[in-house]
Design a binder for this molecule. Structure first.
Ligand code: C2E
Ligand code: MG
Ligand code: MG
Ligand code: MG
Length: 264
């Protein structure tokens, strides 16, 4: 029936495994209960203090270990899960796992914060803040150790999401604006968001040190709004140095550590 899937996908002009892409139909069906089947694995990538290099936090990044297709990256299955509605279940699973993991590390004497990515539909849902409250209670994680990563475009147009973000902020949870600079929000809108952190998108980090003036400007702006700044995608020492010179607070990227599963 694998051939059948490929055939169906081909007739609908969708990518297939043979095309080097993912078979969307198959993935959508399989994703439905991937969490229940235990196929979702959460990896953790360190975020360090830019200057001292001390690990302060981890970002939870989900992977899907598909029984036949192997490891499916989130860039492939998250958009499908968002379309099919499976994202709410997947997101809840990742949130629970991530909070459990850092609580266990805290008990072991390793106090870290954890950042969890949140999709637009999750944030739009009236029950999301309740889910977060419940997971914090269940796991015993202090609210200030949890940071929710949202993208600018996700929040800007949606009034309900704005209201939910404020409710989450009132819980004491941190709010990070992910992939900053790639969306269409204005500075006025950024000012109105109840955010605590801004993540400089990888595309700007990659251009360092050439983009140093631009990145310094973003960091100064973020600081003037009282936001902490994390740079994503730091791969080289010269990029890290440019970020330190620009006053960046935290760094994340392959130079500091790759996403990895929780050690057993
Ligand atoms: P993101 O939240 O912006 O996460 C950063 C991505 O950059 C991750 O890709 C990470 O592995 C990658 N990365 C980190 N350091 C470097 C580096 O130095 N160089 C390069 N080239 N890449 C680096 P990943 O894990 O494939 O995740 C891709 C995207 O999928 C994430 O982007 C996020 O938007 C989404 N995602 C991942 N997990 C979740 C989740 O649990 N829920 C939701 N809604 N989205 C998720
Ligand atoms: Mg993120
Ligand atoms: Mg990002
Ligand atoms: Mg990104």
């Amino acid at each position: 029936d694998r051939e059948m899937y490929v055939l169906k996908a081909r007739t609908r002009g969708l990518p297939t495994p043979m095309d080097g892409g993912a078979d969307r139909l198959r993935l959508e069906t399989d994703l439905h209960d991937a969490a229940a089947r235990g196929e979702l694995v959460v990896h953790y990538q360190p975020q360090t203090d830019a200057r001292s290099g001390q690990v302060l936090a981890v970002e939870a990044l989900v992977r899907w270990q598909h029984p036949e297709l192997g490891m499916v990256p989130p860039s492939v299955f998250i958009p499908i899960a968002e379309d099919s509605g499976a994202i709410d279940q997947i997101g809840a699973h990742v949130l629970r796992q991530a909070c459990r993991t850092v609580t266990d590390w805290y008990v072991d004497g390793l106090p870290l914060e954890v950042a969890v990515n949140v999709s637009a539909s999750q944030l739009h849902s009236d029950s999301f803040a309740d889910l977060v409250r419940t997971v914090l209670q269940e796991t015993g994680l202090a609210a200030h150790r949890l940071v929710l990563e949202v993208t600018e475009t996700q929040v800007v147009a949606d009034a309900a999401s704005g209201t939910h973000l404020r409710a989450l902020r009132d819980l004491g949870v941190g709010i990070s604006v992910d992939d900053f600079g790639t969306g269409y929000s204005s500075l006025a809108q950024l000012r109105r968001l109840p955010a605590t952190e801004l993540k400089i998108d990888q595309s700007f980090t990659t251009e360092l040190p050439d983009s140093a003036a631009f990145v310094s400007g973003i960091i100064a702006l973020a600081h003037s709004l009282g936001l902490r700044v994390v740079a994503e995608g730091v791969e080289r020492p010269d990029q890290l140095q440019a970020l330190i010179d620009a006053g960046c607070d935290r760094a994340q990227g392959y130079l500091l550590g790759r996403p990895a599963p929780r050690p057993r």
